[in-house]
Design a protein around this ligand. Sequence first.
Ligand code: BDR
Ligand code: CA
Length: 310
Amino acid sequence: MARKVIIDVDPGIDDAMALCMALSNPELDVLAVTAVGGNVAPAQATRNVQAIIEQLDPSRWPRLGAASEPDNRLAVDRRSLYGADGLGGAGFVVAERQHLLPSEKVICDQVRDAPHSVTLIALGPLTNIARAFLRDPELPSLVGRIVIMGGTVAGPGNITPAAEFNMYCDPIAAQTVFRSLSTKTLIPLDVTNRIELSYDLFNRLPSESTRVGRLMRKLLPAAFRGYRQQFGLEGIHVHDSVTLAAVVHPELFTMKSMAGDVETQGELTAGATVFDRRRVPAWRHNMEVAVDVQRDAVVEAILHDLCAVE
Ligand code: BDR
Ligand code: CA
């Protein structure tokens, strides 16, 4: 039976790519795609989710959730990486929808409908998931698993020297989720940074006659431009696609049980993830963390999953 998932995204071109992989994969039953502010502001994130789903037009549409303003957001400008609209200026026009429910409500409803069997895949700041947990305090124990893209264990951050972007955007939400009594898997930057996709990717994409092929060809050039201009790289990192790959192909990742928390206040360290890696740790393990990855196999898995179905 296909695995039930909810994907929480802040598109972002790598979020869009992860959605392409997920919605093409018969092993996943995508119940809902919920928007969260991050790479772009909440209203734009909601429009981008709609645009991506409309472009892909999957045989069964997931529920969609609308992003709202976070309570504790730290200001971050991500426009240089994915463009002002998060999708490299693709200019999609979306159908006007009056009645999109807030993302946290969609998450609560879907998890309540299928207790203990939904995997929440968090590819943006943890605002929605923290709100869902505050709204329904039983929810953490009803979620099957949360797989989170974010944080770092030993490496540097990517938005400040200490913090990874998704954690930094809403560290209080991240801390709420880290401390919740849910089953968690973290795919940190230390691991996602090891995967780099080169221009060769364009030769491997599905043809232009497919929806995924068309969408990826429209979005990816801006990502390559952004990575070259901002980081001097000829390839791109696809943190969210690596995280999706960890859900579908867990055998390609080495996991370790760890005790993690999030710094919410530091002048230099807000949003930093902290792990108790002392010889004799005092904190209790609260998540599985990816510590290694079969790099080439994950690249192949991403390309394969992107190309799997029209
Ligand atoms: C994360 O930050 C965002 O810009 C990406 O979409 C990804 O989820 C990587 O730090
Ligand atoms: Ca993201």
